[in-house]
Design a protein around this ligand. Structure first.
Ligand SMILES: [Zn+2]
Ligand SMILES: [Zn+2]
Length: 444
């Protein structure tokens, strides 16, 4: 999601707050030392890895899979693992005090209703209530979802999906998508009754939610898992790129740990369900913060396997990748470029790597879809692209946003955000003429 010249392993969280000239949000380190972006939530991020005292993705993975809890950095039980994750949310929502700064850290109390925000004292809780009451209900959902998210890492979520029985144009929402899934209720039942669901709630340190709440959470996490492949499918369909007549190469620009931490080679297989009998789909993750892992293999130069999805990765700024690999025929040219929350609307992001990338995409006339966390980000992103004379084809709320609500970690009493909440499509520059573009779009 970002294209900054920092590596995942460096302490980018030490970055100072920069007053943004273009937008209201930017990277900053809050008073608690969290690397945070107002409009972004780390989820299972660098922050949590650091809190868990793990140095690599592999260590993290083996811990969540339960392979090496005993030898792993002091984490001996699942209860401890969940506790450490919860610790990253533990600070007074009113005065921002951390438990370690209290005479007795155990006096930190939690809002009973949402089981999410913490207070150092009943005074702070009382003072905070007028603001918190606006978000308490949503934060309850967010607190359930961030625990249930663990089931993505254990592999319980998602359930095995069915090939799409309708073409993308007829699928307008997640409801339509769920309606296509055969034996949906049984598949959800299996997750609800799974071993890890049991382990989760015996160790979470929070009461198990009602069955209905939990089932809804599993469905929201399912959309969270599939929002990225479905977004790519949406873009392929909207730009009328034909995956049946030839292989399709998709570049994910500005990919970071959010897209690549814990990624599995099968994570984009839904694309093959959307486009069965495709001639080969390749998804290449490119960004300076791409995390080393099983899919970090070189991009394909020849065609990928038919009917399948091949994921690869490359760690660098996009325009550098282009100059190094694409121009030297060491990677296929993209039919489509997708950026998940590029965040170039933050002045810092733009200066530190996005500008050459955006100009490259514009000048090579590449169909591009970008997503944002909210309307405000969308507005600023559109402004910047307009200043660059990029030809915007469409924008607005995105129908396949993740339904998982994430709290703004640095300040819970803000509206929670969702991945891929908004989107925009652009292709080429305004001076390219109207011979290509809108006319090609299937805007049914
Ligand atoms: Zn307080
Ligand atoms: Zn609450």
């Amino acid at each position: 999601m970002s294209q900054k010249k920092v590596s995942f392993k460096t302490k980018s969280s030490k970055k100072k707050s920069v007053a943004p000239s273009v937008a209201a949000s930017s990277y900053y380190t809050d008073s608690l030392g969290f690397m945070a972006m107002d409009s972004n939530v780390p989820g299972l991020s660098n922050v949590i890895l650091q809190k868990l005292n793990m140095k690599s993705v592999n260590e993290y993975r083996s811990a969540v899979e339960g392979n090496s809890l005993a030898i792993n950095f002091g984490i001996r039980t699942y209860a401890e693992m969940f506790q450490k994750m919860e610790d990253t949310y533990k600070f007074c929502a009113q005065c921002k005090k951390l438990p370690s700064r209290l005479p007795d850290p155990r006096t930190m109390r939690r809002c009973k209703r949402c089981q999410n925000v913490y207070y150092c004292s009943s005074e702070c809780q009382r003072e905070n209530w007028p603001i918190h009451k606006k978000f308490c209900r949503k934060l309850k959902v967010a607190a359930i979802d961030r625990l249930v998210e663990w089931l993505i890492f254990t592999g319980d979520i998602p359930f095995p999906t069915s090939p799409w029985t309708k073409c993308f144009t007829n699928i307008k929402s997640w409801d339509d998508w769920f309606a296509m899934q055969e034996n949906l209720e049984e598949k959800l039942d299996a997750i609800m009754a799974g071993r890890y669901m049991g382990i989760l709630w015996s160790n979470a340190g929070k009461p198990k939610p009602e069955t209905r709440e939990l089932r809804d959470s599993v469905k929201r996490l399912t959309t969270d898992f599939f929002t990225r492949p479905v977004t790519i499918g949406f873009a392929i369909n909207t730009f009328c790129i034909d995956p049946y007549s030839g292989p399709v190469t998709v570049h994910i620009v500005g990919a970071s740990h959010i897209e690549t931490l814990n990624i599995r080679a099968t994570d984009y297989d839904e694309l093959a369900k959307i486009f069965p009998r495709n001639q080969g789909l390749e998804v290449v993750m490119i960004g300076p913060e791409v995390v080393e892992g099983p899919v970090m293999r070189p991009p394909l130069t020849a065609y990928g396997p038919r009917g399948k999805v091949y994921v690869s990765g490359y760690k660098s700024l996009y325009h550098v990748f282009w100059e190094t690999l694409v121009e030297n025929a060491r990677a296929a040219r993209p039919d489509l470029v997708v950026g998940f929350h590029p965040g170039f609307h933050a002045s810092q992001g733009l200066a530190e790597g996005w500008l050459p990338t955006l100009l490259l995409l514009r000048d090579y006339n590449i169909p591009t879809l970008l997503t944002m966390y909210n309307e405000q980000e969308l507005k600023y992103s559109l402004q910047i692209l307009a200043e660059l004379d990029a030809r915007i084809l469409d924008s607005g709320p995105f129908p396949f946003t993740s339904q998982k609500q994430e709290q703004v970690q640095s300040d819970p009493n803000k509206p929670p955000v969702s991945s891929n909440a908004c989107y925009l499509l652009f292709k080429g520059a305004t001076w390219f003429g109207s011979g290509t573009g809108m006319g090609e779009l299937d805007l049914d």
